[in-house]
Design a protein around this ligand. Structure first.
Ligand code: SF4
Ligand code: SF4
Length: 237
């Protein structure tokens, strides 16, 4: 198994584990946010399931604010905290530097062919707009293999049909490995790698940054996924 394959499998496994741990901890959070039933006159005869916030409570029931409390905590406190931490991870990238190995300029993949990407760009997709302005397709897969052999090997091993993946390289990269327009490089170039999940070649100067923040970023992204799920569920009771 090559490094790229190992990286993907490990990340998937870890993400599932982290996701399940957070999911299992949510009922405890919900419980903390449950309004108290103290002083309710019906407390002794109450038949309401007080472990389940996903139900409609009677207008006289103290638990009628429960869903609101949870949504508020998820949408405000928790989400703001996550955004703050994600920003911190992003900022820490400035402590590392690009080694100019050029792989990210010589090798990019997309599930879309060039025509589709151009269409997306014309329809206002900002990423596609930037991408097609510098990246052009490789003439054949062998050219892409030369740029990043491990990555193509991993795709071949994991996908039923590699023909659905399109390989690109940047037309602004010069023979000497330097960017011909470095000072004016686009935001997608400046942002790379834009999160610690991006598969990075061994030669990348941001490998350590990815390593340092990988688990925390997985945790934050799993939490975002779970928050979105619960907010949606609570708003649609
Ligand atoms: S524009 Fe420059 S930095 Fe951006 S991908 Fe191309 S060669 Fe690399
Ligand atoms: S892969 Fe990493 S080190 Fe190499 S050019 Fe891109 S950002 Fe720089």
């Amino acid at each position: 198994m090559n490094d790229v394959n190992f990286d993907i499998l490990n990340t998937k496994k870890l993400y599932r584990k982290i996701f399940n741990n957070i999911l299992n901890s949510m009922p405890m959070l919900f419980e903390k946010l449950r309004p108290s039933c103290k002083n309710c006159k019906k407390i002794n005869s109450c038949k309401i399931n007080r472990t389940n916030p996903f139900q409609n409570f009677d207008k006289n029931c103290k638990l009628k604010f429960w869903r609101h409390n949870i949504i508020n905590a998820l949408e405000n406190d928790l989400s703001k905290d996550i955004l703050y931490k994600l920003k911190e991870i992003e900022n820490d990238k400035d402590s590392f530097i690009c080694n100019r190995c050029t792989i990210c300029c010589r090798f990019a993949t997309s599930e879309y062919d060039y025509k589709k990407l151009k269409e997306k760009a014309q329809n206002g997709d900002n990423f596609a707009k930037q991408f097609v302005s510098i990246f052009i397709p490789y003439d054949n897969i062998d050219e892409a293999v030369k740029a990043y052999p491990d990555y193509v090997k991993m795709l071949k091993e994991n996908l039923n049909d590699i023909n659905n993946i399109y390989f690109y390289h940047c037309k602004k990269l010069k023979e000497n490995g330097l960017c011909s327009d470095y000072e004016n490089r686009l935001q997608i170039c400046r942002d790379f790698p834009n999160n610690p999940f991006v598969l990075l070649p061994k030669s990348c100067g941001y490998k350590e940054w990815k390593k340092n923040h990988h688990i925390e970023a997985l945790l934050l992204h799993a939490t975002i996924e779970i928050i979105e799920f619960y907010i949606n569920k609570l708003k649609n009771v």
